[in-house]
Ligand binder design. Structure first.
Ligand code: HEM
Length: 146
């Protein structure tokens, strides 16, 4: 029972932080879509900068770290080091983390007023976390190759 509780607590926090991380990853590129449409000397431009900064700093960055922490604690607790579904999931989560860092870079480019990408570009990259998300959920639910 003690073990079961520890497992469920880890899984509870894992799912909570994964959800807040995903919410940010879906929303931030959307903000870039609208941000790319306004002039860099406008007051709207500054509002978008604040929204992006706060979303990354207070929601997305802590959620990324805590998703990893609780995910890795689950791996250690379950002692599953050699499962193919988990290794595949791991690769997808690494790609998701790289996408997160790429978004952080785009935010800095907006901050310096040097963005040259158009709305369409941000609409396209918006699909990247969606695709990765669908694959990850497939892997955790169906656990193929087990
Ligand atoms: C950050 C690195 C991650 C690691 C190391 C990791 C690892 C794990 C492990 C070991 C489990 C327990 C599986 C089980 O109970 O059989 C789990 C559960 C889960 N993970 Fe992750 N995970 C990570 C990130 C993510 C991400 C990014 C998502 C979603 C996009 C996600 C979604 C889930 C879900 C929904 C479950 C519950 C599955 C179930 O109850 O069967 N994980 N994760």
């Amino acid at each position: 029972m003690e073990n079961l509780n520890y497992y469920l607590i880890l899984k509870y926090f894992h799912i909570v932080f994964v959800t807040t991380w995903m919410a940010g990853l879906f929303y931030l590129p959307r903000l870039f879509v609208y941000h790319s449409k306004v002039k860099s000397n406008s007051s709207e431009y500054k509002i978008f900068l604040t929204m992006e900064y706060k979303l990354l700093k207070y929601i997305m960055n802590p959620s990324l770290v805590l998703s990893w922490v609780f995910g890795l604690l689950l791996v250690i607790h379950l002692e599953i080091y050699n499962e193919l579904w988990l290794n595949l999931k791991f690769s997808m989560v690494v790609l998701m983390s790289i996408f997160h860092m790429y978004c952080a870079r785009i935010r800095k480019i907006f901050e310096s007023g040097m963005n040259r990408n158009h709305e369409k570009f941000f609409r396209w990259i918006n699909e990247i976390p969606t695709i990765l998300f669908l694959i990850i959920i497939f892997l955790v639910v169906f656990k193929p190759f087990v």
